[in-house]
Each structure stands twice: as C-alpha cells, then as structure tokens.
Design a protein around this ligand. Sequence first.
Ligand SMILES: [Zn+2]
Length: 516
Amino acid sequence: MAERVYFFDTTLRDGEQSPGCSMYLEEKLKMARQLERLNVDVIEAGFPIASEGDFEAVQAVSVQVRKPTIAALARANRLDIERAWEAVKQARKPRIHTFIATSDIHLQYKLRKTRAEVLAQTIEAVKTARNLCEEVEFSAEDATRSDIDYLAEVLTAAIEQGATIINIPDTVGYAVPMEFGPFVRDVIAKVPNRDKAIFSCHCHNDLGLAVANSLAGLLNGCRQVECTINGIGERAGNASLEEIAMAIRTRKNVLPFNSEINTEEISRSSKLLTNLTGSFVQPNKAIVGRNAFAHEAGIHQDGILKNSLTYEIMTPQSVGLSSTTLVMGKHSGRHALRNKFEELGYELSSEELERAYFFFTKLADQKKEVYEEDLVAIIQDGMKIVPDVYRLKFVLSSGGSQAISSAAVKIEKGTDSCVESAVGDGPIHACYKAIDKVTGMPGRLLDYTVNSVTRGKDALGEVFVHVEFENKNYTGKAASVDIIDASARAYINAVNKAYTEKQRSEAKKADKVAES
Ligand SMILES: [Zn+2]
C-alpha cells in the first residue's frame, strides 16, 4: 500500500533567507498562493521574531492562504514562540515549528549548554507552544551529528509534551543516503512513543545529496519532507520540491508513496519564484531547468519522434510545460487575451488585463510572433505588486564603444514629471544615474541580468536587478523588446518597492506615536 507523504514547503522561510532570494510582502503572498495551487500540505511562511517584515508576511499568508497548514518558525524560547503564535494564529490550520540544536558541537560552541539543559529547554518550549497552538512541530537542529541515544531522548520528550511532527534535519548537509536512511530508522526505533508523531526530514544540499537523503528518509519512516521550490535555501540550498515530487510520481515501484502535489503546477511555481527573486536555475537543473525536457541530440530526437518513451521518462505536460507555441496575433482582442491567460493559469483583474493588453499590443507591433512565454513575461511584468509611484515615460540613451555613454529619462510621479540626464560607464549606468537624480534615492546596483524570453533576434528581453537602497535589498524586473527600456523599468520597479516600503514604515511609526 502506498503511504501518504506530506510536503512541507519552506521556500518562504529557509529559501527566502538565502542571498538574493529576499522577497517583498506582496511577492511572498503571490508565491504562497502559487504554493497553494501546487497543493503543498504545509507552507512555512517565515520566522516571525527575525524581523517586522517576516512577522507581517507570516500574518498576511495566514489570513489569505487558507488551504494548507501555515507554519511559523521559533527558537525554543517563550519570546520566539509567542511571537510565532501572534503571527500564525489567524491561519485556518496554524502550526508552531520550534527547534533547538542537539549535537554536542552546537551545544558546546553555540548554545553553551549541557545536554540536560537542552532537554529541559525542549520540554519547556514544546509545552509553551502546545498551550498556544494545537499543532506543534519540533526540530532537533543538526540531528545528523547528534548522539543517537540523546537525540532519541529529546524527541521522546518532545512527543510527550504534545509535539506531533518530529523533524530530523541534516542542517549542515553532511549526510549521505546510505547513512541517513539507517540513522532515521534507528532514531525512530529508539523513540517509544513514535506512533504519536509523524517523522520528517529536512536535508541541505552541501554535498548535492539533499534529494537523495530525503528519499532515504522517506524509505526509512519519515512521512513529511521539507523542501523548497528550485531547491533554494542557505548555502547550496534545500532539497528541491519538484525533484522529490517527480521522483515519487515517476518511480512508484521503488518509492511506494502518494502525495497530493499537483505536479502540473511545478513549472509555473518554479518560474514564478525565478521571476520574483531574479534567482535563476541552471539550464540542466532536473525537472525545471530550461533543458530538462529538450531532446536536441539528433539520435535522441529521432527516437523521441518515433516513440517518446525511448528517451523520455516523464512528459513535459506532467510538470505543466507546454511547447512553445505561437498563440496570438496583432489583432487578438482583450477577450482572447483574457482566455489565453486563464489557460496559462493567470486570472486577471480588469486592471491587470488592461495593463497586459497595453503591453501585448505594444509587443505585437514590435515582434512578429508572440509566444506563450512572452505572455507570461508580460503579465509578470504587469503584476501589480507595488504601486507605480514613479513611472517611466521615456528613456533615450547612447552607447557603443566610446568611453562615455549618456542617457536621458522622463519620469512621472503623480501629476509631476521630470526630465534628467547623466553620463556614465555604459548606457545602463548612465540611465540609472539619471533615474537617481529624479528620485533622490541613490541605489547601489548589486546584480543585473538580462535574458531572452524566447528565441529569435526580436525576442523579448527580461531584465532583473538587485538594488540596495538604504542598506536594504530590492529586486526589480521588466520585459521589453528594447533592453534599455527594460533596464530602466526594472530599476524603477525596485525604486517603487523601496519607496513604498519606506512610506509604510513611516506611517506605522506615526501610528505608534499617535497611540502612545
Ligand atoms: Zn534548513
């Protein structure tokens, strides 16, 4: 009998903590809604004590995303746990996830505590969490380097206090599958009250083995697996959700598990995350890489054409990929555009449709053929994630091989408009300097990427930027046939996020002053 495996997605917590993957509140909400469509069982939405922003994101996800369980992370102390509960309590199915390290190396150098003290702290923390929340998960950080008998003692105590999900993480990505599997099996066997809990694994990818270790965990008694979209996460990342889900779907004979994951949403989830963070996956990444389903070698292609089973172990459709198809012409109307977007999984508000239509007609004028990928780029460009405080009216730039480039921009804010120009090393630099002059908010460009959305010389260019304003990082994104235009709008997108966030925090401060 195939047993049910629960997918615990930590893209918004472990994933979001990694460099270059930070997300703005509305972006986290978009991602959470997509994870709901993907049908994960649990969304770990953040670490509420870490920052005001994390707290707000967990709270917003709890209120707005109703199907999955929403988990909030807390260290094993009262303050963290109470803060986590405050953030998650409005969820339909809330969970507090509390953790403490159990390996001697962490006890000695990080916590400076004895084993007895950590055991006592575990008991206290789970009790506190359980008094607030029906469902409590306990993690023994650095479990794989912990003494197995001591680990079992801590886990037994956590279950006694009412934790019903017990996580065994390979925090440092040190384990290998032939060791991790038996380790999980032996720990579980040493926990006498094991039938009162679901065991879970959380594997990091430092040796490239996170998915393999997770599968070994499942085969040895775990029924929850913690993972992220595209495998994002600290250092080399976490186990990637899409790989585990597709391994289970494709290899039922050796992995006798069921999951509720809607695998047809995998591709869209992966692309949305990339679009929100600007953090790309390598082309040969399993399941979601650009080349994962491309059979370009002649001999393979010949086989595929004769019978797809010759080289294809999964169909592109099973992860929600459709082939690049010509979809729309210059004369397609709003109605056809709305229908096409619905087919692609995007329900548009009438405002979003208007915006998408505007970009679409502009694009159809510039480009012979409009593909599904172009439409996705258009809609993600047009997503109303932040108010358009600053709007680009035009950008003019000169570049080339001479030493100095120049740019002029016209930008609107409300009913005002402003024209500025600047020179710089290259047209993008000049353009960004001109924008800074208009906004008075100088940004530091940390990363800049440009990609073509489809093939061909007239393909849409998508620009992603990571920009720092006042020591905080923001991403910006835009798509256009003209990369200077896309570059300017991507930068302004980041400016608008920084501006909006600043306004919000100032408004909140003013509220607090008024209250006191
Ligand atoms: Zn982790």
